[in-house]
Design a binder for this molecule. Structure first.
Ligand SMILES: C[S@@+](CC[C@H](N)C(=O)[O-])C[C@H]1O[C@@H](n2cnc3c(N)ncnc32)[C@H](O)[C@@H]1O
Length: 347
């Protein structure tokens, strides 16, 4: 049940969140140089671009849907969507302090300034880059500390609400199953924000998280330290250290648009390998071309402002075909603002 007071608190805190993160987006833009170099014509997509009003409407619809799902008992709303004031100020200073570095890399087109002090050979070359705002790439404690704030800035405060949409198919999958017997793996769990949401909703699920960044995993471990039944693996999603059919359900959020096209089938195959027959993969990533009518042009702009070397190819990746080839059927595909939630089942 969501009480009237909780509903009002949710609406007020989401509005404050959006204002906070959108203002950081514009502050970062103001602190940065032009998107184009001297003499270059600004990029213009030949596809339709939604107006600001349409984007704002899409955002409101996402929050309305989030609330509806909570009211329907599909998941709990987070107890607080606002961070503590001291933490918010600290993160804001950190974020704004890092903007000139991001801007310098962008204007110099230097996107391989990563922290590879340890184990250079362990990481595939595509991984050793600065994706979007990420100073040091995925490989420093500072990058891990900043990550969640930066992602919320990118998505105008909607990232957590979009991730929560993965809880809808998860709640359908859980149905009357005994939580203790459902093994869940979050592939590319990053700093653990989605895994924590899973455990808040299903405290008895034995959950695992896998990621290639030791620093992001360290952050995730801290976040989930109150649960004894959460395990983490520092590994490449291309070769996961798990047995065939070990998991009932896999989640994977915002990984595939950061993989080169030739690596996606390898990871897709590996994910389906570790799923049990009848098990489901709940997959959340960027909208793709055609997912939301009239929005394709907006997607074209993302790699203009941020280093996203594989994003364009992701926009037309045929996910249904990719997973079907590896033994999983498409069950559903549901756009949620700037993301799409897609569900596959291993046959
Ligand atoms: C955009 S972040 C998404 C993190 C998290 N799922 C979320 O919702 O915020 C991408 C994550 O994928 C991880 N990653 C990228 N390539 C990987 C690979 N080949 N194997 C495992 N993790 C990888 C990165 O370390 C990073 O944590």
């Amino acid at each position: 049940m969501v009480s009237r007071i909780e509903e009002a608190a949710y609406t007020a805190s989401q509005s404050a969140r959006v204002a906070w993160f959108v203002s950081h987006f514009y502050a970062a833009r103001r602190m940065s140089g032009p998107l184009t170099r001297d003499g270059e014509a600004p990029f213009k997509s030949d596809k339709p671009v939604p107006s600001r009003e349409e984007i704002a409407k899409g955002l409101r619809e996402l929050f309305a849907r989030d609330l509806r799902h909570a009211k329907a008992g599909l998941y709990d709303l987070p107890t607080s969507t606002l961070p503590r004031l001291d933490r918010a100020v600290r993160n804001s200073r950190r974020f704004l302090g890092d903007v000139p570095e991001h801007d310098r890399r962008r204007s110099e087109r230097s996107h391989s300034e990563v922290n590879v002090a340890d184990g250079q050979n362990f990481y595939p070359p595509y991984y050793l880059q600065n994706f979007h705002y990420q100073t040091d790439g995925w490989l420093s404690e500072e990058s891990a500390k900043l990550y969640d704030f930066q992602v919320e800035v990118l998505f105008g405060g909607s990232a957590d609400a979009m991730r929560r949409q993965a809880l809808v198919p998860l709640s359908e999958f859980m149905g009357t199953r005994d939580q203790r017997k459902v093994r869940l793996l979050d592939v590319a769990c990053g700093t653990g924000s989605f895994l924590r949401t899973v455990k808040d909703n299903y405290p008895r699920i034995p959950a695992s998280g896998l990621d290639l960044s030791p620093d992001y995993l360290g952050h995730a471990r801290g976040r989930l330290s109150r649960w004894w039944d959460v395990e983490f693996a520092h590994a490449n999603a291309e070769a996961m250290p798990f047995e065939e059919g070990e998991f009932d359900v896999l989640t994977c959020i915002y990984l595939f648009h950061e993989l080169p096209p030739e690596v996606r089938p390898v990871v897709a195959k590996e994910m389906i390998r570790v799923l049990k027959p009848g098990g489901q993969l709940i997959f959340v990533d960027s909208l793709q071309y055609g997912d939301t009518e009239g929005w394709d042009g907006l997607l074209d702009y993302f790699p203009e402002g941020f280093h996203e070397p594989y994003y364009h190819s992701y926009l037309s990746e045929d996910l249904e075909h990719l997973f079907k080839e590896n033994g999983a059927e498409l069950i559903s595909s549901t756009p949620a603002f700037l993301s799409t939630v897609t569900v596959f089942e291993k046959v």
